[in-house]
Each structure stands twice: as structure tokens, then as C-alpha cells.
Ligand binder design. Structure first.
Ligand SMILES: *Cc1c(COP(=O)(O)O)cnc(C)c1O
Length: 406
């Protein structure tokens, strides 16, 4: 069995060799099965983090492995100068199962959003309105880390120091339909919204607000873009969250859980807008990669099964009840919220800013969790998390909570 020194050596090497944008947690996971992960010292963890809402079917899922291995023996890459079968098959599934008529494949959530925002601008431009390039987004929203997507995101610190951001982007407070109505005008080409703001604290937006957003967009001929990079691919209990909200967007972006751990992003759009990005107006070398699309095709097959979606609902109940039971007098958790297997527990005032400390205590207790900002503990486990894995994870999480409660 490797010694603990291997872990500290790996972490020291990470610190020395990687451009220091990240601060890795103090373990080195090396293998996983379902929602159990083992680190270099052989210790096991229940994975309620899911690689930040990515490993939608856990680790080492047989169907995903089979899809990857089968495609690996055929073709890895062609580029978009050729059509490839896995990409077309995946596009067929995504369009059959959603409002969309066409798909653009990319490699990440940021790229999927970049394409969505470019599509919205190009749509207005193609219709003779080059001045109609305004984008309205929400304060606190997260849309990725390219310059365009951080500018669209609602965290000014993420744009700091990178020179002039793309112009024409404004922000309004989430959930305030009047503020949105006031910000959108005839120069607005798109409104971009996460149906549940993920990174900024797992904050769901109400169906009423989203319906108002739909009406406002229709009134001004602006596209409604739903960023479902975090909420999509079954995470909230339906293939995409919009299905539960009674609001259909014009453009939807997916990534994270879509690949189950293999990098992929997708921009879905209905016609006629979908054709706004015409030949040579946008592109990517790797987008539509056969390996990624083969795996994502298997993910879609699995996560659109009613049993799997029923499991999401059952585990939501179990995890939210377990979080509440871990803190019965609500000393620590002010609110437990979210949908499906995207769950946030906001800390009470006395624990403000201590989500990271709780996350570390969880890791110590053998359960991997996420935070969403400094005040929210976030869970985004695999959608096939079993009842037994959830029981074990909650036991460990409860032990961690005990170390923080006075
Ligand atoms: C993670 C995330 C992104 C960015 O995805 P990347 O793959 O990291 O580029 C965009 N939007 C939302 C809502 C996300 O949660």
C-alpha cells in the first residue's frame, strides 16, 4: 500500500508544476466504483460531489465504459471536416428528447455558452440588426471562464485584470422580473439564465419568474438562453430542468453531466434561430469528438430511463431529510434547497463563511462534498447513487456536522 508520503509528494508536485489557479483538497483520489472513491492511502470516500455535477452515473459505469472502449477501437478523431456517426447519433437523441432542432458540439460548458451567445448575436445580425447585440444576464450567475462567458457571468471578480470585456452585457438581480423587464429593450439579443443558479449557492428561480423572462424576451424579440450546464442531463429529475418549469428556451446549453466525466459541451437550439450560425461562422477542432459523443450517447440512454429519474427524486428526499436530521435544531443549516440531486445547504449567520471548513470536515469523515460560495454546502452526486451509499454518506456527513456544531 502506498505511504502517506506519496500523497504529500503528489500535492507538492501539483503545487510546483501547475499554474496555481486551483487549491486541491488534501487527498489524492485514484480509483472509484459507483459512488465510492479510494485515495492513494486506500481510504474510501462516499462521493457526493460527483466531480462538480459531472460523473452523472458514478465511477466506472459499465455502459459508459463499454461505449468508450468500443469507440476507442474504431475512431478517436476526425475533426469537423467529416461527419461522424457518434455525433449524429447523439444529436438525434438530444433533438428527439428536447425542444431543439439542431445541436452544436463543443468540449465544455464555457464553450457551449460561448456558442449560444454568439448565436444570439448572429441571429440578430442576420436579420438586419447589427446594433441588437445586448445581452442581459443575472448577478451571481456562472457561465464559464472564457472572456465572453466571465463577462456574461455575474461575478465581477472573475473578469478583473483581463482588460476590456466584450461590451453590451448588463446584469440584473436574479428573481426580479421588473428589473429584467427594465433591462431588456429592442437592442437586446438574448437573456441568459441558469434555472437554478449553481455556483452562486444553488438558488432556484421560480417558474413565475422564468415565465416572465420568456414573455419579456418574446416582447423584444430576444432569445431566451437557458444555461443548463449544471442542471441538465437528468440532474434535477427530468432530462433538462426546463421541462419542469413550463418555460421553453430558444437555446439551451449542456455540458458537465452530459459526458459523465468525458469532456463535452452542447448548444441546443430550435429553428429558425438554430441556423443563425451558418457555414464558417463558428467552429472547433474537437467539438463532436467521437469518443466524447459515444460516451454522452450512453449517458443519455441511461439518464432518460424512468427508473433513473425516479432514483433522483428518491435520493433527493433521502439526502435533504438526512441533512435536516444531521442538524435538527437548525444550528448550522439555515435552508436546505435545490432540485433532484443538486442540493444546497446554506449556513446560518453564526457560521457565515465556513462552508469550506465544513467541506474539509466532511472529507475527514470520509465523504466528498462541494461548496457553492462561502456559505453553502453543495451536493451533486451521481444520479444512480444507491440508497445504501446515501445512508453511508449521510452518516459520515452527520459526523462532520457534529464537529462544527457547538
Ligand atoms: C460549470 C458551469 C459552466 C462552465 O462549464 P465548464 O465546462 O467549466 O466550462 C457554465 N455554466 C454553468 C451553469 C456551470 O455550472
Amino acid at each position: 500500500m502506498p505511504s502517506a508520503d506519496d500523497t504529500s509528494d503528489t500535492l507538492a508536485a501539483a503545487q510546483a508544476l501547475l499554474i496555481p489557479t486551483y487549491a486541491p483538497l488534501p487527498i489524492v483520489p485514484v480509483e472509484g466504483e459507483g459512488s465510492t472513491v479510494r485515495d492513494r492511502s486506500g481510504r474510501d470516500y462516499i462521493d457526493l460531489a460527483g466531480g462538480i455535477a459531472v460523473t452523472s452515473l458514478g465511477h466506472n459505469h459499465p455502459a459508459l465504459r463499454a461505449a468508450l472502449e468500443q469507440q476507442a477501437g474504431r475512431l478517436w478523431h476526425l475533426s469537423n471536416i467529416f461527419a461522424n456517426e457518434p455525433a449524429i447519433a447523439l444529436a438525434q437523441k438530444l433533438t428527439d428528447l428536447t425542444f431543439a432542432d439542431r445541436v452544436f458540439f463543443a468540449n465544455s460548458g464555457a464553450e457551449a455558452n460561448e456558442a449560444a451567445l454568439k448565436l444570439a448575436r448572429r441571429h440578430a445580425y442576420n436579420n438586419g440588426h447589427p446594433e441588437k447585440y445586448g445581452i442581459v444576464a443575472l448577478e451571481g450567475a456562472f457561465h464559464g471562464r472564457t472572456l465572453f462567458t466571465v463577462a456574461a457571468g455575474g461575478t465581477p471578480a472573475y473578469s478583473e485584470g483581463y482588460g476590456p470585456p466584450p461590451e453590451g452585457i448588463s446584469h440584473v438581480p436574479p428573481g426580479d422580473a421588473e428589473a429584467l423587464a427594465a433591462a431588456v429593450d429592442e437592442r437586446t439579443c438574448a437573456v441568459i439564465i441558469e434555472p437554478i443558479l449553481g455556483e452562486s449557492g444553488v438558488r432556484p428561480l421560480s417558474p413565475e419568474y422564468l415565465r416572465a423572462a420568456r414573455e419579456i424576451c418574446d416582447r423584444h424579440d430576444a432569445l431566451l438562453i437557458f444555461d443548463e450546464v449544471q442542471t441538465g442531463a437528468g440532474r434535477t429529475g427530468t432530462l433538462f430542468a426546463y421541462e419542469q418549469l413550463g418555460v421553453t428556451p430558444d437555446v439551451l446549453t449542456s455540458a458537465k453531466g452530459l459526458g459523465g466525466g468525458f469532456p463535452i459541451g452542447a448548444t441546443l437550439a430550435a429553428e429558425p434561430q438554430a441556423s443563425a450560425l451558418g457555414r464558417a461562422t463558428h467552429g472547433t477542432t474537437f467539438g463532436g469528438n467521437p469518443l466524447a459523443c459515444a460516451v454522452a450517447g450512453a449517458v443519455i440512454d441511461e439518464v432518460s430511463k424512468p427508473e433513473l429519474l425516479a432514483n433522483v427524486a428518491a435520493r433527493h428526499k433521502q439526502l435533504t431529510a438526512g441533512l435536516a436530521a444531521a442538524d435538527p435544531d437548525r444550528t448550522l443549516f439555515a435552508e436546505i434547497r435545490g432540485a433532484g440531486l443538486l442540493i444546497g445547504a446554506e449556513l446560518t449567520e453564526p457560521f457565515t463563511g465556513r462552508a469550506k471548513e465544513l467541506q474539509l470536515a466532511c472529507l475527514d469523515a470520509g465523504v466528498m462534498t462541494l461548496i457553492a460560495g462561502a456559505n453553502v454546502l453543495r451536493l451533486a452526486p451521481a444520479l444512480n447513487l444507491t440508497e445504501a451509499e446515501a445512508v453511508e454518506g449521510l452518516q459520515r456527513l452527520t459526523a462532520a456536522v457534529e464537529t462544527l456544531r457547538p
